[in-house]
Design a protein around this ligand. Structure first.
Ligand code: AMP
Length: 486
C-alpha cells in the first residue's frame, strides 16, 4: 500500500501530514497526487469525506513552496461553491502548509473586502474564493488572474446546482491557458462533462467509489405522513419530527435535520428550540459569524441538533452524527445520499429517518431508484394518537399559535390585521414564506396577553385592542376604562 512518504511531496508537507496523524493516502489522494505533482490536469470524481481536499492541497503546497507571489497576481486559485467549504479548504492549507511559507487570502461573502484587498495587494500564493465574490473583486480592478498557475474547482456539481457554471467559465477564460487544472465533482452531469472537455487538457481521471448508500451500518426509515388539514401540515410535521427524535431517545446523541427550503430551516430550528431542544439553523442567508459559531458548536459537541439546507451542509466536514432526519424528501435524489452519508461514518452505526408527505412521493421513488432499494416504512409514532394529533396539533406550535389556524390564506391576511404576536395564520404563512424574515416572527407563543392586562390593572377584561397587540400603550386602555366607569 502506498504511503505518503512514497509520494514525491515536499518534506515539510510530509512532516505536517505526519503531525496531523495521517500515514496512508486515501484512494483519491493516492490517485490524484502523483499526476498533480507532475503538473498534469486532474479530474477527480469523488465526494466529500474521501479526503479529496488534501488530494489537491498537498501537491499545490509542494508546487508553490518554490517561487514568490507578485502583487495582485495570485499564483493559484481554489474555487468553492460555499463559504463554509472555502473556509474548510483554507483550514486544510493552514494544517499542511504550516512548515512552508505560503500566503493565502479568502474571498468569501461575510469577510471584509478591505482586509482581503490588502492581502491580495501584497501578493498571495493561494487565493480561495467563491465564484461571485472573486468576480466582484476582479471587476473592481483589484485582482489579476493572469498569474494563476494552478486552478482548482471543488464540488463542481454543487456549483452547477447553484448556477455558478457561467461564472466558472468566465473565470477559466481569465486565467492563462497554460495553467494546471484540478477539477473535482461528486457526479458527472452532462454540463460538467462539457466544462471538463472544454477547459481540462488530457486530464488524469480518478474516480473513487461512491459512498455506500445502503451501508449496513445505516438504519434507514421513512414515515409516510399526511396532514389532517393542509393548513396544519407545518405544525403537524414538526410535531412528528419531535416524536421521531423522542422515539430515538438516548440513541440520538447528535443530529442533522435537513429541510429543502431555507424558510423551513429557520422555522424548524425555532420550533425545536421552543420545545427545549438544543438546535440551531444553518443556511446561506445567515451571516458568516453566525454560521461559523453554529458549526463550531456542532463540531465540538456543544450543539446537539443542526437544522440545515443541502447547500449549507454540503461538503462540510462534520464528525459522524448519530442521526440524520430528512424533514422533506430531497428534490434531487443524489442529495439523499449526501445527507444520509453524514451518519454511520467510519463504520459506526447511524440512523437516517425521512418524513414523506404525499407531495414527496415522486421524489421518494426517485431516491429508491437511485439507491436501488426500498427504504423500510416506519410507523408514524403519533399514529396511535392520530385523533389527538388532529385535535391538538395546531395548539402545539410556535408558528401556528394556540388557536386553530384560520382558513384564510396568508396572502389574504395582511399582518397588520392582527396583533403582531398572535398571527393565527402564521403556520401557513410561515411555511409559505419566501424569506426568513417572514418566517422569523413566531418567537413567542401567540397567547401573550396585552401588556396593560399583564400589568394587572384588571380593567381590560382580558381583551386587548385588536390591531395593537403588545404594543398598546397602557394609558390608552386606562382612558377607555375611565370613560366607561367614570
Ligand atoms: P474531505 O473529503 O477532504 O472533506 O476529507 C474528509 C476527512 O478526511 C477530513 O476530516 C480529513 O481530515 C480526513 N482525511 C484526509 N486525508 C486523510 C487520510 N489520508 N487518512 C485519514 N483521514 C484523512
Amino acid at each position: 500500500m502506498t504511503k505518503f512518504s512514497d509520494l514525491d511531496l515536499n518534506p515539510k508537507v510530509l512532516k505536517a501530514i505526519d503531525e496531523a496523524g495521517y500515514e496512508t493516502p486515501t484512494p483519491i489522494q493516492a490517485g490524484a497526487i502523483p499526476p498533480a505533482l507532475q503538473g498534469r490536469d486532474v479530474l477527480g470524481i469523488a465526494q466529500t469525506g474521501t479526503g479529496k481536499t488534501a488530494s489537491f492541497t498537498l501537491p499545490m503546497i509542494t508546487a508553490l513552496a518554490r517561487g514568490r507571489a507578485r502583487a495582485r497576481m495570485p499564483r493559484s486559485l481554489v474555487l468553492c461553491p460555499t463559504r463554509e467549504l472555502a473556509a474548510q479548504v483554507a483550514e486544510n492549507f493552514d494544517t499542511y502548509a504550516k512548515h512552508v511559507k505560503l500566503t493565502k487570502a479568502l474571498l468569501i461573502g461575510g469577510v471584509s473586502f478591505k482586509e482581503q484587498d490588502a492581502l491580495i495587494d501584497r501578493g498571495v500564493d493561494v487565493l480561495i474564493a467563491t465564484p461571485g465574490r472573486l468576480l466582484d473583486h476582479f471587476e473592481r480592478g483589484k485582482l489579476l488572474l493572469t498569474g494563476v498557475q494552478i486552478m482548482v474547482v471543488d464540488e463542481a456539481d454543487r456549483m452547477l446546482d447553484m448556477g455558478f457554471i457561467p461564472d466558472i467559465e468566465r473565470i477559466f477564460s481569465l486565467t492563462p491557458f497554460t495553467r494546471q487544472t484540478l477539477f473535482f465533482s461528486a457526479t458527472m452531469a452532462p454540463e460538467i462533462e462539457r466544462i471538463t472537455n472544454t477547459f481540462l487538457s488530457n486530464p488524469e481521471r480518478i474516480e473513487v467509489a461512491r459512498q455506500a448508500t445502503t451501508g449496513e451500518n445505516i438504519a434507514q426509515g421513512v414515515v409516510l405522513f399526511k396532514a389532517s388539514r393542509r393548513d396544519r401540515e407545518g405544525s403537524e410535521k414538526r410535531k412528528l419530527l419531535r416524536a421521531l427524535i423522542e422515539e430515538e431517545g438516548d440513541k440520538c446523541t447528535n443530529a442533522i435535520i435537513f429541510c429543502n427550503r431555507k424558510t423551513d430551516v429557520d422555522i424548524v430550528a425555532k420550533s425545536l428550540k421552543k420545545y427545549g431542544y438544543d438546535a440551531a439553523p444553518i443556511h446561506g442567508d445567515l451571516d458568516q459569524s453566525q454560521r461559523t459559531r453554529t458549526l463550531d458548536g456542532f463540531r465540538d459537541g456543544s450543539l446537539r441538533i443542526l437544522v440545515a439546507s443541502d447547500v449549507a451542509a454540503r461538503g462540510l466536514d462534520v464528525p459522524s452524527v448519530s442521526h440524520v432526519f430528512n424533514y422533506d424528501v430531497p428534490g434531487h435524489a443524489e442529495d439523499y445520499v449526501h445527507r444520509i452519508g453524514r451518519t454511520g461514518r467510519a463504520g459506526r452505526d447511524g440512523t437516517a429517518l425521512t418524513i414523506c408527505t404525499p407531495r414527496d412521493e415522486k421524489a421518494l421513488d426517485a431516491v429508491e431508484r437511485l439507491v436501488q432499494k426500498e427504504i423500510p416504512r416506519r410507523d408514524n409514532p403519533l399514529k396511535s394518537a392520530a385523533d389527538d394529533v388532529a385535535a391538538k396539533s395546531d395548539a402545539d406550535d410556535d408558528a401556528s399559535g394556540d388557536k386553530p389556524a384560520r382558513k384564510k390564506s396568508a396572502r389574504d391576511k395582511p399582518a397588520r390585521e392582527k396583533p403582531a404576536r398572535e398571527k393565527p395564520a402564521k403556520s401557513k404563512a410561515a411555511d409559505d414564506a419566501e424569506t426568513p424574515q417572514q418566517a422569523d416572527s413566531p418567537e413567542k407563543p401567540a397567547r401573550s396577553k396585552p401588556r396593560h392586562d399583564r400589568q394587572g390593572d384588571g380593567k381590560g377584561g382580558g381583551k386587548g385592542v385588536v390591531g395593537m397587540g403588545d404594543h398598546l400603550p397602557s394609558f390608552i386602555a386606562l382612558s377607555f376604562d375611565e370613560r366607561r366607569t367614570g
